[in-house]
Design a protein around this ligand. Structure first.
Ligand SMILES: Nc1ncnc2c1ncn2[C@@H]1O[C@H](COP(=O)(O)OP(=O)(O)OP(=O)(O)O)[C@@H](O)[C@H]1O
Length: 352
């Protein structure tokens, strides 16, 4: 557990953060210049706050005049551009912190295995792809067995294909290392896929902090980076329909049919549902191509520029729908109305 309470003034910017981060991935999310990197740098001891404290469990990294220098903080730092030693092989890069640091070394074999680095170990890092370099940088950051992992847009320099490839490694790794991971990202899709919690930051102040499914529903989240609104739902795979190539997910919003997923029955799964892919009807349709029709209640209507964002209560949780103003008028939609939310199975993104 990290407990941080710091104030920092820069020339035209001030940051004031009081937060706690438990194990798992916390996405630091906010518009450009909101203070995400500054917060990581303070945690790493690369910036000195005017006052405040940082504790990792019971260990003090900063309090008043006491400042533990960066090299004595048990942390790993992964940057947007992997900074590897070009004169060393992949294995030598990974082992660098082991041979040069004083901390106990992690199980390097397990890291190499999880990050699928075995075929690369004897290669020079100059000849690796961007995604391979970043996997080496992550292994190196973890080889010193840090108690905190800081990742500053680690996938930003990768293309969509490389990102897709590396994200499952990251997910597996972060669930195995069981330490707090602070992960800066501008990409709402990445946040939805990876984060357990989100700290939303604006102008150096914490705007929201909590579980990802809750925070992504906040207007502040979409306004922070002009992301299209979406919902994140947790569920379990309960059935595969081989003939129709579909899978049934028992999610917190109800049972949802999605395109067949490569996951065993009982696997935990996360659904990403764009608000634009949710439509509303007041009566159950007699014949519909839409596979998922859920009973819902309107909680709130928020007119946007040309659309209206509708917060729905579905099961014990919330779901967002984005519909046109004309649709709101046509349905004469008001708060507390009972409706049916329709979600195309084909439109649901599945993260497993
Ligand atoms: N060394 C510095 N001196 C003065 N101002 C700085 C310094 N470093 C950063 N800033 C300012 O502090 C603010 C926060 O910067 P920071 O890099 O933390 O933002 P960020 O949220 O990480 O942005 P981005 O998403 O664009 O990387 C910005 O206004 C930036 O110009």
């Amino acid at each position: 557990m990290i407990r941080i309470n710091v104030d920092k003034r820069l020339a035209h910017f001030s940051l004031s953060v009081n937060a706690e981060f438990d194990k798992g991935i916390t996405a630091l999310y906010g518009r450009s210049g909101s203070g995400k990197t500054t917060l990581l740098r303070i945690l790493a001891g690369l910036e000195q706050p005017e006052n405040g404290s940082i504790y990792v469990d019971e260990d003090c990294w900063l309090d008043g005049s006491l400042t533990v220098p960066t090299h004595q903080r048990a942390l790993g730092y992964v940057f947007q551009q992997p900074t590897l030693f070009p004169h060393l092989t992949v294995l030598e890069n990974i082992m660098f912190s082991h041979t040069h640091g004083k901390r106990q070394c992690a199980n390097v074999d397990a890291l190499i295995d999880i990050l699928a680095l075995s075929p690369l170990l004897n290669r020079r890092t100059t000849h690796l792809s961007g995604g391979e370099k970043q996997r080496v940088a992550i292994a190196r950051a973890l080889a010193s067995k840090p108690r905190v992992l800081l990742m500053d847009e680690p996938l930003a320099s990768l293309d969509g294909h490389a990102k897709k490839h590396i994200i499952p490694f990251l997910q597996r790794l972060c669930s195995e290392i069981a330490i707090p991971v602070l992960y800066v990202s501008h990409d709402p899709h990445e946040v939805a896929q990876l984060a357990d919690n989100v700290l939303l930051i604006d102008e150096g102040r914490v705007i929201e902090h909590g579980p990802v499914a809750h925070i992504v529903h906040h207007n502040n989240f979409t306004q922070a980076t002009f992301a299209s609104p979406f919902s994140v739902c947790e569920g379990l795979v309960v059935q595969h329909d081989e003939e129709d190539r579909l899978s049934l997910v028992r999610a917190d919003i109800g049972d949802i049919w999605v395109k067949q997923v490569n996951a065993t029955i009982g696997s935990a799964i996360r659904l990403y549902i764009r608000a634009d892919d949710v439509s509303l009807v007041k009566m159950l349709p007699a014949h519909s191509s839409i596979l998922n029709i859920l009973s819902a209640q309107v909680v709130k209507l928020t007119p946007q520029n040309s659309d209206t964002l509708v917060v729905l209560r579905v099961g014990g949780t919330e779901l967002l729908a984005n519909i046109t103003k004309r649709s709101v008028k046509r349905l004469n939609l008001c708060s507390n109305d009972c409706v049916y939310a329709q979600i195309k199975g084909i439109a649901v993104h599945v993260f497993n």
